[in-house]
Ligand binder design. Structure first.
Ligand SMILES: [Zn+2]
Length: 279
């Protein structure tokens, strides 16, 4: 076994606290690529591409759909695509296996909710940009977010010519206005009570980890990422007993100042996690 793997697994085992930071690269290792015009996109969203010209799921998320019927056709299908398999992917199962007995917290910008699906409890999870299965009032007339699974799967199943039928469209229970998925696609994104609670839990976790053996495990986060990577690097540099473990395929970046506290593994995240779990 490679020395790096051994070091990484030892640090994980010895850690008092583990913060997992995950972004798009983790989803890609599961086979979901929201930025790509790949076969899956053309298969699942080809009709949207033909109609509106967008070339990836992420472009669809930001597309100004002309009607609620069309908007919900897209977002319910996206929900269905992300969560169609009820079982978590091997990648996520391995990740959970790796840390489930440890004191951990997850911060992610992924919107597919695959952490919960794999068994990570909500109270140990901060989804910075929301997730695709919750709904909010578009006007933000009140702070509550709502589980949307039932209505989203219903809309995913009942759509014709890129539209859901009008009677299925969710309305805000308070103001009767339109709703949207609780994902940061525009300035309406609600940072309400649920979001703030999870944000605070993340801050508290880091505070409590101060001075202890802390592992920052970063999965598939791009080099320029400011939401997750930048704070991780800062923490590594400030915390005496911190170790920064970064897994990324072809995009490793470790600044010199934290190099001695860092382990970088350049490889397919799915394979690396498998190796770590077996170790
Ligand atoms: Zn409302």
């Amino acid at each position: 076994m490679e020395d790096k793997y051994y070091k990484a697994i030892t640090k994980i085992q010895e850690a008092d606290s583990i913060v997992i930071g995950a972004s798009n690269g983790l989803s890609i290792s599961e086979g979901i690529h929201i930025f790509a015009e790949n076969t899956a996109f053309l298969e699942k969203f080809g009709d949207f591409r033909a109609k509106y010209g967008f070339r990836s799921i992420i472009q669809g998320c930001f597309y100004p759909f002309p009607s609620q019927e069309e908007k919900w056709a897209f977002f319910s299908r996206m929900y269905d695509y992300f969560l169609y398999d009820e079982e978590a992917s091997p990648v996520m199962k391995n990740l959970f296996e790796l840390v489930k007995e440890k004191n951990y917290f997850v911060v992610t910008s992924n919107i597919d909710d695959h952490f919960s699906q794999a068994g990570f409890p909500k109270e140990r999870l901060f989804e910075i940009e929301g997730n695709c299965r919750n709904l909010q009032c578009t006007y933000g007339c009140h702070n509550q977010i709502y589980p949307g699974d039932k209505i989203l799967s219903e809309m995913a199943k009942n759509q014709e010519n890129g539209k859901v039928s009008t009677d299925l469209i969710p309305k805000c229970p308070e103001c009767g206005g339109p709703m949207q998925v609780h994902v940061e696609v525009d300035q309406n994104f609600l940072r309400g009570e649920a979001w703030l609670t999870n944000y605070q839990a993340y801050q508290d976790f880091i505070e409590k980890a101060h001075g202890k053996k802390l592992v920052l495990l970063e999965l598939g986060v791009g080099v320029r990422n400011q939401l997750i990577k930048a704070p991780f690097m800062k923490l590594t540099s400030h915390e005496e007993n911190a170790t920064y473990i970064t897994l990324n395929k072809g995009e490793l970046y470790i600044p010199e100042v934290i190099a001695s506290k860092s382990i970088g593994i350049d490889g397919d995240t799915a394979e690396v996690l498998q190796q770590l779990v077996q170790a």
